[in-house]
Ligand binder design. Structure first.
Ligand SMILES: [Zn+2]
Ligand SMILES: [Zn+2]
Length: 334
């Protein structure tokens, strides 16, 4: 089979590999489409090291090719979406339900070979059967959507509340739609106005570019009070965290789901003084079914977010497209 193999930072080659065979408890999935994200880019560039050689790819849509004899959850031919994270299942964190926080968590495409390939083997519990006939455009963003479903859920939005999303990338534009589906009014806040037309199309009632005035003023204007009830931060930069705290009202909630790798200067004075609830949200626990339902019902639209498509042989162009400011989601189509 063909696979894109990363031999080291920026050394990605499409090569022929021996076809994998499912081991006990595993499923062999034939990939139909795979999404590229910032994590893949960090691994590709070497900012994040993995054990080489490695096949990346963790946002995966495909069809079951074969199953190990002990697998009953799915059958050959089933359309599936892959949940790429699985945990040890027996540590205290796993036993109390916090499997996303397991210290021995494995990510397909990072800790073991993923789906920038024609075939990938995955544990059976990582396969979610998709509605037959659901196109790969609908299913490709289910993984990042599950991240967002959890983040929004942790913010406990109530119907009629005002909310702000910081960041207008894939996660931000999905969070906007999940919050709309929960009945919140949403303002999208971003460094640039580039995605504002799309954000409005997807349900944003207001937009604010951070270079064009204080976020706090925009939040007061939008909410009609001291700031918004809820902020979901998706950009993962130190300045985005600062903006999130400027947008929220006293007594409001901020959920952080972007991963700021650099140190972040946060004024905790304003957190204490205003009793802001600050919540982290890490990938997902049991949000995949809800994400599948949201795309299935059309409450969340994913196709407008897929801006680029490439065959596996053109994966180098796919990484270049990911780095382009005009791209949102870059897809590989197998
Ligand atoms: Zn990803
Ligand atoms: Zn565990």
């Amino acid at each position: 089979m063909k696979a894109a193999i990363l031999h080291g930072p920026r050394d990605l080659r499409v090569e022929s590999l021996r076809e994998p065979r499912p081991e006990p408890g595993e499923v062999l999935v034939r990939i139909v489409a795979a999404g590229l994200c910032g994590t893949d880019y960090e691994i590709w560039s070497g900012a994040r090291r993995v054990a080489y050689p490695r096949v990346m790819g963790h946002e995966l849509v495909g069809r079951v090719e074969a199953v190990a004899p002990d697998v009953t959850q799915v059958s050959p031919g089933d359309p599936v979406v892959v949940e790429p994270n699985y945990s040890c299942g027996h540590c205290p964190l796993c036993r109390e339900g916090n499997r996303n926080l397991c210290l021995s968590r494995t990510t397909i495409g990072i800790n073991r070979d993923g789906g920038f390939a024609e075939l990938v083997r995955v544990p059976a519990q990582c396969c979610w059967r998709a509605t037959p006939g659901a196109g790969s455009d609908t299913l490709l963003l289910v993984e990042p959507l599950a991240v967002v479903v959890r983040a929004v859920g942790r913010g406990q939005p109530r119907r009629g509340e005002s909310a702000a999303i910081v960041g207008a990338g894939t996660l931000g534009l999905l969070a906007l739609q999940v919050l709309r589906a929960r009945g919140a009014r949403v303002m999208v806040v971003s460094r640039s106005r580039r995605r504002f037309a799309l954000a409005s199309e997807l349900g944003a009632e207001a937009t604010h570019a951070t270079g064009e005035g204080a976020p706090a003023d925009a939040a007061r204007k939008f909410s009609g009070r001291e700031g918004v009830d809820l902020v979901v931060e998706t950009a993962g930069t130190p300045e985005a965290v600062t903006h999130a705290l400027e947008l929220v009202r006293p007594g409001g909630r901020v959920v952080l789901t972007g991963l700021p790798h650099e140190p972040t200067a946060v004024s905790f004075f304003s957190v204490v003084r205003r009793e802001v609830t600050l919540t982290g949200s890490m990938i997902y626990q049991h949000e995949f079914p809800e994400a599948l339902e949201l795309v299935g019902s059309g409450a969340v639209k994913t196709a407008p977010l897929i801006t680029h498509r490439f065959g596996l042989d053109r994966i180098a162009e796919a990484f270049a497209a990911h780095a382009d400011v005009n791209s949102i989601k870059v897809a590989l189509e197998l």
